[in-house]
Design a protein around this ligand. Structure first.
Ligand SMILES: NC(=O)c1ccc[n+]([C@@H]2O[C@H](COP(=O)([O-])OP(=O)(O)OC[C@H]3O[C@@H](n4cnc5c(N)ncnc54)[C@H](OP(=O)(O)O)[C@@H]3O)[C@@H](O)[C@H]2O)c1
Length: 262
């Protein structure tokens, strides 16, 4: 499919663009014509992607950013407005994981995770919203485990539940301004997410499905950038998991009991 140009003239900010889903989303949005700000902490990786996008005829701006730091985020949004003239699409994708049973979670680890996964998107929303016009799109990358928490990653799940709550409230608050808020719920995705996660102790990690390539999630993010939408799932299996756990939570507790044993 030739999708070039569907986001022509739009300006998108993608956090966590140095790796995985964010990197794929930045490429996809640029291929559809958007000018893309690439935000994350790893400057070298951002510059590499910036050059790649520009070599393919797109427009990109690498801005080293720590989403947990409100002044760093404010500076990144200012550079976006200065370089591209505004912000139409905000993709809150930057995030990290934390494994460990609830009884063992360290408060400092959990506090850090909330700073990145919840306050990070909040900082970006608060900096970008005053510059967004009708037609603006906010896209928050959640997770299927933000709909049903699973053992051994309860702290991480809690951050995604919190993010969903912010998305739901914000969606209604900004609807009158013509701005949409979309939650994207990936299941397992083939990125370095697990390797980049914090870990409590060295307990064996649970089995994970093989997952989808990050480009599949990027397509959903681009769909939200074009047309909005409320809740977007990447695969039918992810959708069925959430519907099933909502309709029969006790049954899923029993299934997860086996999974959590070792
Ligand atoms: N992979 C999965 O199975 C999966 C499933 C569901 C949801 N998700 C969600 O998808 C999102 C992207 O994850 P991924 O799978 O692409 O993992 P990843 O490859 O580890 O990418 C995480 C990205 O977040 C950035 N990041 C981390 N802390 C940051 C900070 N303080 N400030 C700015 N950027 C920061 C990292 O960049 P720097 O290190 O350069 O800062 C990196 O670009 C996350 O929100 C994750 O929770 C992932």
């Amino acid at each position: 499919m030739n999708v070039e140009g569907t986001l022509k003239g739009k300006v998108a900010v993608v956090t966590g663009a140095s790796s995985g889903i964010g990197e794929a989303a930045a490429r996809e949005l640029a291929a559809r014509g958007a000018s893309v700000t690439l935000a994350a902490r790893n400057e070298g990786k951002l510059r590499f992607l910036e050059r790649e996008i520009e070599a393919a005829g797109g427009r990109a701006l690498a801005v080293t950013t720590d989403v947990a730091d409100a002044s760093s985020v404010e500076g990144m949004i200012e550079r976006t407005v200065g370089g591209f003239g505004g912000v139409d699409v905000l993709v809150n994708n930057a995030g990290m994981g934390l494994s460990g049973r609830v009884a063992d979670l360290g408060p400092d680890d959990l506090r850090h995770l909330f700073e990145v996964n919840v306050l990070g998107p909040l900082n970006c929303v608060q900096a970008a919203l005053p510059r967004m016009k009708p037609g603006g799109r906010i896209i928050n990358v959640s997770s299927v485990v933000g709909k049903r928490a699973i053992p051994k990653v309860g702290g991480y799940c809690a951050t995604k539940f919190a993010l969903n709550a912010l998305s739901d409230a914000l969606r209604v608050e900004v609807a009158g301004r013509g701005i949409t808020v979309t939650s994207v719920y990936p299941g397992t995705t083939q990125t370095s997410f697990r390797e980049n996660s914090r870990r409590t102790g060295d307990e064996k990690r649970g089995w994970r499905p093989k997952g989808v390539p990050p480009e599949k999630v990027a397509e959903k993010i681009a769909q939200a950038a074009e047309s909005g939408g409320r809740d977007l799932y990447v695969t039918l299996k992810d959708r069925l998991f959430v519907v099933g756990t909502t309709l029969a939570p006790g049954l899923f507790d029993r299934v997860l009991l086996r999974w959590a044993k070792d």
